[in-house]
Design a protein around this ligand. Structure first.
Ligand code: KG4
Ligand code: ZN
Length: 354
């Protein structure tokens, strides 16, 4: 698949670049030695004053950060560009301008070196991220991806063999946390602030709906919850600190219980014995606690990649690129960016190359 043949695939070294949203992530993964180095620049501070990601600012910041980050990571990995076997980049889904920065850089770099540039699906990166850890889960497993941009349950059966079990019909779980936090006057991104406030809240005072748990299925819907929160806040009478904390607790419990119910259903539906949790919301302590309990009750195992591999990062892209590279996946080479790219379009490499 490359102009320059890798003599020994086991010695493959892949550089990964992630720029799909508001994080510039770069990493180097070695087929034999694993992750050699990774670094991330978060744009949270840049977008904070706007209360959300501003796409044009995101693209410009990726342009500023990517090359210095790339140099740092290669130096830290002790890898010279000519030692690389391939360069992987996030081809989608994501913000088009942001994706283009990573894709153009990766493709130019790879072309200069005469090695393949491998376009990676961002969600495939998240789904494979647990393999960056020691003692990785063996497929088949169920992955719950809950971040600011996505909320989905997927059955992972192997590389490129994913079955979407359910996703959100509206807001992502993290988005629901952030919007609700904003209503309560908390800074962006509000998820961690809301979770902190909820620790001093009374769980009995406000009970919000557990959306879409009263019917079968693995779909989510979180947008109605913020309206319930708004009404509760307006009707509360005294809008003091305790009321805010009580509402935060009621909201957090509603989201966490909803996610836990759907995870239990997904384990039952697939017969999988392992649950993997990824995405920023996976950092939520109450969610972690409930999922650990739920898995224990079913004799299943729950796996949380370390926080920096749960959220957007370059390592997961390097790893997914390495796996596609080792599988000789021609179809992944030089993929144009795809701001919208359904996970259901992914195929195992052999099927694609055939
Ligand atoms: O995966 P992630 O870092 O990236 C993007 O989606 O860009 O996820 C960020 C999301 C935000 O919505 C944030 O509020 C949420 O994860 N989040 C949390 C917690 N920590 C981060 N939500 C609830 N509880 C937390 N402890
Ligand atoms: Zn992501």
């Amino acid at each position: 698949m490359s102009e320059r043949k890798t003599p020994d695939p086991a010695a493959a070294v892949v550089l990964g670049i992630e720029t799909s949203c508001d994080e510039t992530g770069v990493a180097v993964v070695d087929a034999r030695r694993g992750l050699l180095a990774h670094a991330l620049h978060s744009q949270v501070a840049l977008h904070a004053e706007y209360g959300g990601v501003v796409p044009e600012l995101a693209s410009r910041d990726h342009v500023r950060r990517l090359l210095p980050l790339l140099r740092t990571v290669l130096a830290e990995a002790g890898v010279a560009p000519r030692q690389l076997s391939a360069v992987a980049y996030t081809a989608g889904p994501g913000l088009v301008g942001a994706l283009l920065v990573g894709a153009a850089t990766a493709r130019a770099f790879a072309s200069g070196l005469g090695i393949p540039a491998i376009g990676v699906h961002h969600m495939e990166g998240h789904l494979l991220a647990p393999a960056l850890e020691a003692d990785p889960p063996e497929p088949p497993y169920v992955a719950l991806l809950v971040s600011g941009g996505h909320s989905l349950l997927v059955e992972v059966r192997g590389l490129g063999d994913y079955r979407l079990l359910g996703e959100t019909l509206d807001d992502a779980a993290g988005e629901a946390f952030d919007k609700t936090a904003k209503l309560l006057g908390l800074p962006y991104p509000g998820g961690p602030h809301l979770a902190r406030l909820a620790t001093s809240g009374n769980p009995e005072r406000f009970r919000f709906a557990r959306p879409m748990t009263d019917r079968p299925g693995l779909e989510f819907s979180f947008s109605g919850l913020k309206t319930q929160v708004l009404l509760a806040w307006q009707k509360a009478g005294v809008q003091d600190e305790q009321t805010r904390a009580d509402i935060a607790r009621g909201f957090e419990d509603a989201v966490v219980e909803t996610l836990a119910i759907k995870c239990a259903r997904a384990l039952e539906a697939t017969g999988a014995r392992t649950l993997v949790v990824a995405g920023g919301v996976g950092a939520n302590r109450r969610l972690r606690g409930q999922l650990v309990e739920l898995a224990a009750a079913r004799g299943a195992r729950v796996h949380f990649p370390r926080p920096e591999f749960c959220t957007d990062n370059g390592a997961m892209i390097a790893l997914a690129g390495l796996k596609r590279f080792l599988a000789g996946d021609l179809a992944a080479c030089n993929l144009p960016v795809r701001p919208r790219w359904p996970l259901s379009e992914l195929r195992p490499p052999a099927a694609q190359a055939a």
